[in-house]
Design a protein around this ligand. Structure first.
Ligand SMILES: Cc1cc2nc3c(=O)[nH]c(=O)nc-3n(C[C@H](O)[C@H](O)[C@H](O)COP(=O)(O)O)c2cc1C
Length: 140
């Protein structure tokens, strides 16, 4: 089994559901990035919700304080709008690339926010997250 970790920054639980689905598919447990400030895995799945167009602070702290050279990262996230999610993921991608990471791939789905995106992430989103996890493992 590849040395792999799933770390997530999820205030409301939407991105956590996605993280749990990916981790389950790989036979591991997802970890909260706020309580796992360091991680040595060679392959990382890093995910966050979108807050004011940005990733969560704990995720950005993790990225900012880590050395990602020679490591592979799959980025995932949820957001209220597609544009918001794209902006958030671009921020993570940029920060991780500057820190030497090789980006394996990106997964995004909608996350409920009050009455918007009701029911998301839904079963289809979670199934797609599992497929993404397998694809990333095959690439890593
Ligand atoms: C404080 C706050 C700010 C948010 N800002 C944005 C935003 O700028 N753009 C966007 O697309 N969604 C935004 N959202 C929606 C969340 O990104 C979305 O509900 C996401 O699924 C939350 O993930 P979580 O449940 O893992 O925390 C915001 C939600 C909250 C609570």
């Amino acid at each position: 089994m590849t040395d792999v970790s799933v770390l997530v920054d999820s205030r409301g639980g939407n991105t956590r559901k996605v993280a749990d689905a990916m981790a389950e598919e790989m036979g591991i447990k997802a970890k909260d990035v706020a309580t796992s400030p360091t991680d040595d895995a060679k392959v990382l799945f890093l995910g966050s919700g979108t807050y004011g167009g940005k990733p969560g602070e704990a995720m950005m702290k993790f990225v900012g304080s880590g050395d990602f050279s020679g490591r592979k990262v799959a980025i995932f996230g949820t957001s209220g709008s597609l544009a918001g999610g794209q902006k958030m993921i671009a921020t993570m991608e940029d920060a991780l690339t500057k820190k030497g990471a090789t980006i394996l791939g990106i997964y995004h789905c909608r996350g409920k926010m009050f009455l918007v995106n009701w029911g998301h992430p839904n079963n289809e989103d979670l199934d797609n997250a599992k497929k993404f996890a397998q694809e990333m493992l095959n690439k890593s």
